[in-house]
Design a protein around this ligand. Structure first.
Ligand SMILES: [Zn+2]
Length: 117
């Protein structure tokens, strides 16, 4: 499981790599640049996805990066709006409009503990 710092790093790398792929795709220069390959390797490692292999084009890389982003940045994709989401702490179902990872009760509890310690 990645730590919070890993996660931030991961998100930044996904965005950077997506930007490079989009630019290449727009120019129809589809050969995978070393830079994106390096990002992808780092992402596989951080995500523990050693089953993935490098795509040969920036089009395929783009698809793979979007899939990785869906795992790591679920709130960035509007298509996940209808998906039921659950509190990470207690498993209670969250309101569809809720953009947080935990329910109100758990967040309140965590805040209380942060103050106490
Ligand atoms: Zn909860």
């Amino acid at each position: 499981m990645a730590t919070a710092i890993d996660e931030r790093q991961l998100r930044r790398q996904i965005d950077l790599a997506l930007g490079i792929c989009e630019e290449r795709n727009a120019r129809e220069d589809l050969e995978l640049p070393d830079e994106v390959a390096r990002y992808l390797w780092a992402l596989y490692e951080l995500a523990g996805r050693y089953d993935l292999s490098l795509p040969s084009t920036t089009l395929d890389a783009h698809i793979q990066l979007l899939a990785l982003r869906r795992v790591w940045m679920p709130l960035a994709d509007s298509e996940t709006d209808d998906v039921l989401r659950y509190c990470l702490s207690c498993g209670a179902q969250l309101q569809p409009s809720c953009r947080r990872q935990r329910c109100t009760r758990c967040r309140r509890e965590a805040a209380k503990q942060a103050v106490a310690s």
